[in-house]
Write a protein that binds this ligand. Structure first.
Ligand code: NIG
Ligand code: FE
Length: 429
């Protein structure tokens, strides 16, 4: 019995071929193969090409005799699984009341100053057990998987004390082990200053550096480090110090940069050699040039701008200046309670002037690059992990066009179908 799979007769195979981020004009090249098939074994993509060229009748008979599973994709587009490279997946409680305050005109940072916002999720997360965080994490991953997400990043930062930060990261590690979606962990200790350190961001950073970081590094609990570099949160010097200390302990740097007030966080990302700079709503021209030159991936989060009613990041200019742009949800209980990939892609096209081709590249190969995984996932290339999605429509163009609606019919993870919409039947009538 083989554990192989063939995805056969895709009307359009969107390979997004590549092993590193695509920058600037390269983002438009999706490497599409018409009437194509993919041959998979042991969870790895082996052969990709036009069906006629790679699947002769005798080869098909041989594979079928071996017990290879054939998945028919006629009339459907096949893409790499989506990589959601920026989420705050693990948290306790919700903030639906805060949403109503925002609608009445209260600013996100004002809510935070009043002890709402991140602080309220911190209190709920401190009060949640490992099991509670794990269960809600599993349900959220189920939903993300249905949107075609096969790799997701998960940040800590709702504990802001030793035990809860470690618990959040341990939950992410367990989710990675148990759920089909791959979960990549980021230690975002400096997400806010907790009440115990009110007015003493330096003291809090020293606590994180001395008491939490060594344990996170030693236990391999996170691959990346991150900081909320923002006015009234952590300033440029504090952010730099944190990223340098955490990098020295082996965590690769990322940062929440220039989200609300322009601070020079984008320039800082280039200067510390960050893997990605995220948000960038207020990134300066010099910052954009610097990350383009340094090859820092710009992770843009359009649902957050939409939800906070802030101006969008300047995606068009970033791409035209040679940046590698990735798109992600920023799923979190406050500024963006949404895991909707189709909404991300519709907003990218309609409000950030990205083309559908660029949006697809940004959600796949460049998302993988933002997690330092472009050599492993993010494209349909021989040798890569077999993470793919099959749409109900014949072209990737339907994803942003079908605004906010899920077009994913099947998800293949490491060579096995892990989600099939046709199996979740509607009953009654
Ligand atoms: O990426 N900006 C800081 N962190 C999150 C929001 C977290 C929250 O509101 O709980 C973000 O938008
Ligand atoms: Fe975020």
């Amino acid at each position: 019995m083989s554990d192989g799979m063939v995805i056969k007769n895709a009307s359009e195979l969107v390979t997004c071929s590549g092993f590193s981020a695509r920058r600037g004009a390269e983002m438009s090249e999706l490497g599409i193969i018409k009437d194509a098939s993919v041959i998979i074994s042991d969870g790895v993509i082996r052969t990709v090409g036009p069906t006629e060229a790679i699947l002769s009748p005798s080869e098909e008979k041989r594979l079928r005799d071996e017990g290879t599973v054939f998945v028919e994709a006629e009339g459907k587009a096949v893409l790499p699984g989506f990589v959601d490279a920026h989420t705050h997946l693990v948290f306790g409680g919700y903030r639906e009341k805060e949403y109503a305050w925002r609608l009445q005109g209260t600013d996100y940072m004002e809510i935070m100053r009043r002890g709402g916002g991140i602080a309220s999720t911190v209190a709920d997360t401190r009060g949640a057990s490992f099991e509670q965080l794990y269960e809600s994490g599993m349900r959220r991953l189920d939903s993300m998987l249905q949107f075609g997400v096969t790799t997701v990043e998960a940040k800590s930062g709702y504990g802001l004390d030793h035990d809860t930060e470690i618990r959040q990261l341990a939950v992410s590690r367990e989710l990675d082990r148990k759920h089909p979606v791959d979960v990549v962990s980021t230690f975002l200790g400096p997400h806010a200053v907790p009440p115990e350190y009110a007015g003493d961001a330096d003291g809090f950073l020293a606590f994180l550096t001395d008491r939490v970081l060594p344990e996170v590094a030693e236990q391999g609990l996170a691959e990346f480090c991150d900081v909320f570099c923002e006015k009234d949160v952590f300033d440029l010097a504090q952010s730099r110090r944190w990223l340098e200390k955490a990098s020295a302990m082996g965590l690769k740097p990322k940062l929440h940069a220039d989200e609300i007030v322009p601070m020079g966080g984008t320039e800082l990302a280039a200067s510390v050699g960050a893997v990605s700079a995220d948000h960038l709503l207020q990134a300066s021209d010099a910052g954009i040039t610097a990350i383009a030159e340094k090859g820092v991936v710009a992770v843009l989060l359009p649902i957050t701008a939409f939800g906070l009613r802030k101006p969008y990041a300047r995606a068009r200019e970033m791409i035209d200046r040679g940046c590698a742009v990735a798109l992600a949800t920023d799923f979190n209980p406050g500024s963006c309670f949404s895991e909707s990939i189709p909404l991300v892609m519709a907003l990218a096209c309609l409000s950030m002037q990205m083309t559908p081709e660029e949006a697809v590249c940004a959600m796949t190969l460049n998302g993988a690059a933002a997690l330092d995984r472009a050599h492993r996932v993010g494209s349909i290339d021989p040798g890569k992990q077999a993470d793919l999605i099959i749409l109900e429509f014949p072209s990737y163009r339907f994803i942003p066009y079908h605004i906010g609606v899920n077009t994913v019919e099947k998800v293949v993870k490491r060579g096995a179908v892990v989600y099939d919409r046709s199996c979740s039947a509607i009953s009654g009538g």
